[in-house]
Design a protein around this ligand. Structure first.
Ligand SMILES: [Fe+2]
Length: 450
């Protein structure tokens, strides 16, 4: 299978399958008759009247319009839910052991069947909120596609690569890469073997690159490293192609007699993309103290309140740690945001045991957290040489201004009931007779001798 991409974030792309040159109309969007007998169809990502700076839409030129399907009927939604009142609220620090992947041969589970809601908040009906899922599957989707009317999917593969066919073309997304498939876009996921990962769905708006402020014009995730597929189509009649729609947190299916991936050409700025996390340009403190984790933001979905995110996608990539006279691991804190973390591979610096690839943690609003006892003692007494940290590791965080609820499934599946124990050995070091080591002058010289 061949994968070709166009580079850039939020570009006005234009792409046509090389088998049909001239399929894109010139100088207009909606000719009386399209080339090759195609249908023209617009997919709107924003209100028609949204400001030009964030108005997203694409024009698709396809063999049949997407309206050509039978009525939607209910489809078993498994562990997908937006009912945030299934169980009583739980303010505790939560950690999950790696979620189980169904064994190939025992049972066949595809991406749709393997989606389970862990936590979330809000409501797609009012287009306000988020939902976080785990997917664990072992089979390709076959003649079945999914689209969400509720929000945009940010998919973080943890095990197994995803071969994703969309109406805009094909993407291969491997662990340590991510992809975004926006509201309304139909996609099919093929897998080879046991596959697992995380999904963040945002109901409000689309992801964008964070502002860089004093960082300048370059840094963090650079726009050119985002890749959008080129147009690809199949003209394939299928007896019962199954189109699954996630709508108001429920799943519905409709049958049609053809593949939905029949878009011969498209243009516009509303299109799926992928990004390789190894391209993230890391910026951090190089003298002392600790930058807030927002310095690692890859993508943000902003709320209407300046600087406050519906959700940020943040990573903790391999990097040099060089701060002098500083406690280098993440500081202890209580946050006015919810923090859901996952681990793609390696060992997270603040907790070397217990937080494992394919697992997760949730620290809810104002729930205290920070390094475990072992990490605190080591980091408090470490020789502060420049150190390469998080090598071979990629942890990430979905950070949200919503106060998220955990679902029944999330409360009952792979929960590590002993998580709190990692902090219990923390010792009292307070000494009211403590004296500063050396004179103030000596300290000054020691501290700032480069
Ligand atoms: Fe935190």
């Amino acid at each position: 299978m061949e994968f070709k991409y166009q580079s850039g974030f939020g570009n006005e792309f234009a792409s046509e399958d090389s088998r049909c040159p001239g399929a894109l109309p010139e100088g207009q969007n909606n000719p009386q008759k399209c080339a090759y007998g195609l249908y023209a169809e617009q997919l709107s990502g924003d209100a028609f009247t949204a400001p030009r700076t964030n108005n997203q839409r694409s024009w698709l030129y396809r063999i049949r319009p997407s309206v050509l399907h039978e009525p939607f009927v209910k489809f078993e939604r498994g562990n997908i839910t937006h009912n945030w009142d299934e169980v009583e609220p739980n303010p505790n620090q939560l950690r999950w052991q790696p979620f189980d992947i169904p064994k190939k041969g025992a049972v066949s589970v595809d991406f749709v069947e393997g989606l389970a809601t862990v936590c979330g908040a809000g409501d797609p009906k009012s287009r306000s909120g988020i939902s976080i899922y785990i997917y664990a599957c072992n089979s390709s989707m076959g003649d079945r596609c999914l689209y969400s009317s509720d929000g945009d999917f940010l998919i973080v593969p943890q095990e197994g690569e995803l071969l994703i066919t969309t109406e805009f073309g094909k993407m291969k997304v491997s662990p340590n890469e991510i992809c975004v498939i926006q509201r309304g876009m139909r996609f099919n996921i093929g897998v080879e073997g046991e596959t697992r990962g995380y999904v963040l769905e945002v109901f409000n708006d689309h992801f964008q690159l964070p502002n860089l402020g004093p960082i300048g014009a370059n840094g963090l995730a650079n726009p050119r490293d985002f890749l959008t597929p080129v147009a690809w189509y199949e003209d394939r009649d299928v007896k019962h192609y199954q189109v699954i729609n996630k709508y108001h947190g429920y799943l519905f299916q409709a049958r049609q007699n053809h593949s939905p991936f029949d878009v011969v050409a498209w243009h516009g700025n509303y299109a799926p993309y992928k990004y390789d996390l190894k391209n993230f340009m890391v910026i951090n403190a190089v003298a002392f103290d600790h930058a807030d984790p927002s310095i690692f933001t890859v993508l943000t979905c902003p709320s209407a309140k300046p600087g406050v995110a519906i959700a940020d996608f943040v990573i903790f990539p391999p990097r040099w740690s060089v701060q002098e006279h500083s406690f280098r691991p993440p500081y202890y804190h209580r946050n006015c945001m919810s923090e859901f973390m996952g681990l793609i591979h390696g060992k997270y610096e603040a907790k070397e045991g217990g937080f494992n690839p394919g697992g997760a943690s949730l620290h809810s609003l104002m729930t205290p957290h920070g390094p475990d006892e072992d990490c605190f003692e080591k980091a408090s007494n470490a020789d502060l040489k420049p150190e390469y940290i998080a090598g071979g590791t990629m942890a990430f965080m979905f950070e949200s201004s919503f106060s998220m609820a955990v679902t029944k499934w999330g409360n009952e599946t792979k929960v590590d009931k002993d998580y709190y124990l990692c902090w219990q050995p923390l010792q009292k070091h307070f000494d009211p007779n403590w004296k500063a080591p050396g004179s103030g002058k000596d300290k000054e010289q020691k501290t700032y001798s480069f």
